[in-house]
Design a protein. Structure first.
Length: 149
């Protein structure tokens, strides 16, 4: 597993990492997002681009500078084997075998295990964002919604 912070990512400290696998973004014990990619560093940068409207990037931007200390964990799918085994009957075939765990299966297992706040797919009961993490800008201008309808 490779660990870094959002600040490290944005400063390019992981740009030399060429890795496919799964990644988690968390604030302490609270897992915010789980994803997978053939190029995890590039994918994480995609989340952060200002032109994109991805929940993870939006939440990181809205919560800066505190979000700069959030942790990012990069993992090979095989590093998720214990979590895959703990999920339930459907996944027990991985318990005593040498079956290879692919990225999609690792991502799905992490989502089912941690219930990240920002994942929707394969997440039947996402955790709520902690109160100290904002999802939308706090300040809404008076009259901003006057002419919506």
């Amino acid at each position: 597993m490779i660990q870094l912070t959002v600040r490290d990512l944005l400063r390019g400290k992981a740009d030399e990492v060429a890795m496919s696998g799964v990644y988690m973004v968390r604030d302490g014990e609270c897992v915010l997002y789980v994803g997978k990619s053939k190029d995890v560093i590039s994918r994480l940068h995609d989340h952060m681009e200002k032109w994109t409207s991805h929940q993870l990037g939006d939440v990181i931007r809205i919560n800066a500078p505190q979000s700069l200390s959030w942790q990012i964990e990069l993992m090979e799918p095989e590093e998720c084997r214990d979590i895959v085994k703990s999920i339930g009957e459907r996944y027990q075939r991985y318990e005593d075998t040498k079956l290879t765990i692919d990225m999609g299966f690792a991502e799905q297992s992490l989502i089912m295990h941690y219930h990240p706040c920002l994942n929707i797919s394969n997440n039947v009961s996402p955790n709520r964002l902690p109160a100290h993490i904002k999802r939308y800008p706090v300040k809404i201008e008076v009259g901003a919604t006057d002419n919506l309808f």
